[in-house]
Design a protein around this ligand. Structure first.
Ligand SMILES: [Zn+2]
Length: 328
């Protein structure tokens, strides 16, 4: 039955009607706030390419987490900036690593908030790559997969020992989820969950993050380990493998340009899905809003709702704090 019997506008007439038939709901429960922690005290260093985002010292980070908890944000995702870097990223897997100190401080002040830690080496290596760099068969410097697994597993165990509820490997090495699961279980951390950055694409949208985490590669790029953007089938295969290796939550990163991947994954997998709404996606809107070209709040909420609609239950977003306020 078509027009004029059918009129789609009938159910759009008032806000109450729209509210009643709304199919997707974005709530504060969907939001995870990424936070950057650095050494020092009383530090809140602005990240210029991500307006309103900061690198925090542990003491100030705890204050920020208390604010987030007060707004109802259920989780934070921590990235560490160490005071010294070396070839093997050893500052990532010491018991006194900056992220471990942050986890301990948060857990003793805000025990109920879920603390997720990013597990990777790029913030800690002098070369800025996500693992151990060796020459490959073509004589080109590249990240060696298997040697990196052991270091990632050590890092994950340090974070879990400090009290992290969940570790989130973002390196894209083959077999890392299995290696981390095995190491966690072998060290008494069987309760720590793994949120795997399963379909992480070699994206141009990570630009501002590299300033935030001081993790730009000093040579080459990450295309030999992160995924090639045109590939959807391969993304689903990566996710299936991570699930088999023991991942509790599967992530797609970035979010907005990859909603098709999220949708396909939500049809295929029964585990909770996460999407990382990345720095470049955030910075674009911020820049346009600063020019008066976009309404930041409306744009941000529309994007976050679209990510939910595509199938993400959890959204890592730099808008988590603002959105919690907007949604209240
Ligand atoms: Zn990395």
């Amino acid at each position: 039955m078509g027009f004029p019997t059918t009129r789609m506008r009938r159910l759009r007439r008032t806000e109450t009607l729209r509210r009643m038939v709304r199919e997707t709901r974005l709530t504060v429960d969907n939001l995870v706030m990424p936070l950057f922690v650095r050494p020092g005290t009383n530090e809140q260093r602005p990240i210029t390419s991500m307006p309103g985002q900061y690198q925090w010292s542990v003491d100030r980070l705890v204050e920020e987490v208390k604010t987030l908890e007060g707004l109802g944000v259920p989780a934070v995702l921590l990235f560490g900036i160490p005071d010294a870097k070396d070839e093997f990223g050893s500052a990532a897997y010491r018991p006194d690593a900056i992220v471990c100190r942050a986890v301990e401080a948060i857990k003793s002040n805000c025990p109920d908030i879920c603390v997720i830690t990013d597990v990777c080496l790029c913030e800690y290596t002098s070369h800025g790559h996500c693992g151990v760099v060796r020459e490959n068969r073509d004589g080109v410097a590249d990240v060696e997969n298997d040697a990196t697994l052991e270091l990632l597993a050590k890092e994950a165990c340090c974070h879990a020992a400090a009290g992290a509820d969940m570790v989130a490997p973002s390196d894209m090495m083959d077999g890392r989820v299995g290696a981390i699961r095995q190491a966690l279980d072998g060290n008494g951390h069987e309760e720590a969950a793994i949120m795997a950055y399963s379909a992480k694409f070699a994206s141009a949208f990570y630009g501002p993050f590299r300033e935030a985490a001081e993790s730009a590669p000093q040579f080459g790029d990450r295309r030999s380990y992160q995924m090639d953007p045109p590939n959807q089938r391969e993304a689903l295969r990566e996710m299936a493998l991570d699930l088999e290796e023991g991942a509790d939550i599967l992530m797609v990163k970035p979010a907005l340009p990859y909603l098709d991947i999220l949708q396909a994954a939500s049809e295929r997998f029964d585990v909770p899905l996460a999407a990382y709404h990345v720095s470049g996606e955030f910075a674009m809107v911020k820049a346009a809003a600063a020019q008066g070209w976009l309404d930041e709040r409306r744009t941000a909420l529309e994007i976050l709702t679209a990510i939910r609609r595509a199938g993400a239950r959890l959204i890592m977003t730099y808008w988590a704090k603002d959105a919690a306020g907007w949604l209240a």
